[in-house]
Design a protein around this ligand. Structure first.
Ligand code: NAD
Length: 335
C-alpha cells in the first residue's frame, strides 16, 4: 500500500530528518508540505519532490493523505496534531508532545476518539547503542539496574532552527514552554523510562538561564541548564543534566550502573557502547555514532511510524509514554 504523507512545519527537523527519511521509505509515494511561511514549504517540495499547500486545512482535509508529521514549533502541536487525528490521519508528532499537560491530555483524547495512531518522535530509543543497551538490560546480562547518570547538551538551538538567531522561538516561554528541559531533557527522560522499563517518580532539580540571551541582550525566559536527581518508581536512583551551553562537542552520554557491572553509552569515539563487568572484563561494541545536529543519519523513526501504519501495530513510542515524560518535565521545572 502506498502512503501519501503531509508534513506540517518545514523547518530544520522536517528538512534534516522527516523529509529525507520519508523520501527513503519504499512505502511512501508522495509528500505534501505545509508551513505558515509558504516559501519554506515550497523549498522542501522542490528539494524532496512533492507539492506544497498554502493552508493547513488543504492538508488535513485531503482524503488521499494517510499520515502526517507535525514538525511545527511546540506551542501548536496540540492544535495541528489533534485536528489531524480527528480528520482521520495517523500522526507522528515532534517532541515535546505539548506545552502543557492539559493540552497533551486533549491530544490523547483525540487519538482515542479517532482510532488513529499517534506516535511521538522520541528518537533516542532507536539508536543502535540504545537498542543494544535495551537488549542487555532486558536480558539482565548485568543483573538489576541500581543507578544511572545521563546528560544531553550542545551549544544551543539558535544555531539549529531555521531562524538562526537569538530571536528563535526556542528561547520564548510561550512557544517553547520549557527551554532545554523540554527540548533535550525530555529525550533522556524517555530513554531512561524505556531502558529501565520504569518511570521517574520523584525529582529534585535546579534549573536556570545561565548564559543565553535573547535578541535584546536580556537573559532568555526559559532555562538553558537543568541539573537533577531522580528516583524511579522501582527505586532506582539517578542524576541527569541538560544543557544548551556545552560550548564544545555535543554530549549525549548515559551510564547505567548494574549489580554486575556498568554500561557506558556514547562515551568513547569508536566504541559507542562499553560494558565493564564486575570481574574486570571489558567488552567494546562498535555500533554507529548517534545523530547530532552535524551528523544526520537515518533515525529509524519514520520507518517505525510507517511500519506501525502498514502492519496495524501500536506505535513504538505512544502518546501515553510521551505524556509521562511531560509530567516529569513539569516536576523538574516545579510546575
Ligand atoms: N526529535 C528531535 O530530535 C528534534 C530535534 C529538533 C527539533 N525537534 C522538534 O521539532 C519541532 C520543530 O523544530 P525545528 O527545529 O524544526 O524548528 P524550526 O524553527 O527550524 O522550524 C519550525 C517550523 O514550523 C513552522 N511553524 C511554526 N508554527 C506554525 C504553524 N502554526 N503552522 C505552520 N507552520 C508553523 C515555522 O514557520 C518553521 O518553519 C519542535 O517541536 C522541536 O522541539 C525535535
Amino acid at each position: 500500500m502506498g502512503i501519501k504523507v503531509g508534513i506540517i512545519g518545514c523547518g530544520s527537523i522536517a528538512k534534516f530528518r522527516h523529509a529525507p527519511e520519508y523520501q527513503a521509505n519504499p512505502h511512501v509515494t508522495e509528500l505534501v508540505f505545509y508551513d505558515r511561511n509558504a516559501a519554506r514549504a515550497k523549498e522542501l517540495a522542490l528539494e524532496f519532490g512533492g507539492c506544497y499547500v498554502e493552508t493547513v486545512d488543504e492538508l488535513i482535509n485531503d482524503p488521499t493523505i494517510t499520515a502526517i508529521s507535525d514538525c511545527s514549533s511546540n506551542e501548536v502541536h496540540h492544535i495541528h496534531t489533534s485536528n489531524a487525528l480527528l480528520s482521520g490521519k495517523h500522526v507522528l508528532c515532534e517532541k515535546p508532545l505539548a506545552i502543557n499537560v492539559a493540552f497533551a491530555e486533549k491530544m490523547l483524547e483525540a487519538e482515542r476518539k479517532s482510532g488513529k495512531k499517534l506516535m511521538i518522535d522520541h528518537n533516542q530509543r532507536f539508536t543502535k547503542a540504545h537498542q543494544k543497551a535495551k537488549e542487555l538490560l532486558d536480558q539482565k546480562e548485568l543483573g538489576e539496574v541500581l543507578t544511572f547518570k545521563t546528560t544531553f547538551g550542545h551549544q544551543g538551538p539558535e544555531g539549529w532552527g531555521v531562524d538562526k538567531s537569538n530571536a528563535t522561538w526556542f528561547f520564548k516561554k510561550d512557544r517553547s514552554y520549557s527551554g532545554v528541559a523540554g527540548d533535550l531533557g525530555i529525550h533522556k527522560i524517555d530513554l531512561i523510562h524505556y531502558l529501565l522499563d520504569d518511570e521517574i517518580d520523584v525529582v529534585h532539580a535546579f534549573h536556570g538561564a545561565l548564559d543565553k540571551v535573547d535578541e535584546t541582550g536580556e537573559k532568555i525566559e526559559v532555562c538553558d541548564n537543568v541539573v537533577c536527581a531522580l528516583k524511579t518508581k522501582r527505586g532506582r536512583l539517578g542524576t541527569a543534566s541538560f544543557s544548551w551551553t556545552y560550548y564544545g562537542a555535543e554530549d549525549n552520554s548515559t551510564t547505567i550502573y548494574c549489580e554486575g557491572g556498568i554500561i557506558k553509552i556514547y562515551q568513547h569515539p569508536e566504541a559507542q557502547l562499553i560494558i565493564e563487568k564486575k570481574d574486570g572484563t571489558v567488552i567494546k561494541y562498535e555500533l554507529e555514532p548517534i545523530q547530532t545536529n552535524e551528523n544526520q543519519t537515518n533515525t529509524g523513526v519514520i520507518d517505525a511510524f510507517i511500519d506501525c501504519i502498514i502492519n496495524d501495530r501500536e506505535p513504538p513510542v505512544t502518546g501515553k509514554q510521551a505524556l509521562a515524560c511531560l509530567k516529569v518535565i513539569d516536576q523538574i521545572l516545579g510546575l
